[in-house]
Design a protein around this ligand. Structure first.
Ligand code: ZN
Length: 114
């Protein structure tokens, strides 16, 4: 399962960061996951519950925010989030500029207690 290795790397970074900050435990982990990152929330939760045991993250809340594929249309001067199979602007039907590819996978922030 792809999510296991992803979550494992995330926990490694979070635990290391928390340790360096002198925190006793992590209370919350905020992730940003793109809709096209090929990561399933349920699998992430599952991986988290297994891998966080015995770490500073054992009691942390895992929060996942999703980002979408996004484009900017210079003609209409607006942002839009097209379906995967049609990247055209819904108003003028020109193909805009891509501003987000929906494949993000970031640790946005963590909250700790000490
Ligand atoms: Zn347009």
């Amino acid at each position: 399962m792809h999510e296991m290795s992803v979550l494992s790397s995330i926990l490694e970074i979070v635990n290391q960061t928390a340790k360096e900050a002198g925190a006793e435990r992590v209370t919350r982990i905020n992730l940003v996951i793109g809709e096209r990152a090929n990561l399933v929330d349920d699998s992430l939760w599952f991986a988290f519950s297994l891998l966080s045991r015995g770490t500073l993250c054992a009691e942390a809340e895992l929060n996942i925010r999703h980002t979408r594929l996004s484009f900017y249309c210079a003609t209409c001067q607006s942002n839009y989030t097209p379906p995967i199979d049609n990247f055209r602007c819904p108003v003028c039907h020109q193909i805009g500029q891509i501003t987000g590819d929906g494949r993000e996978m970031l640790i946005e922030s963590i909250e700790v207690a000490d």
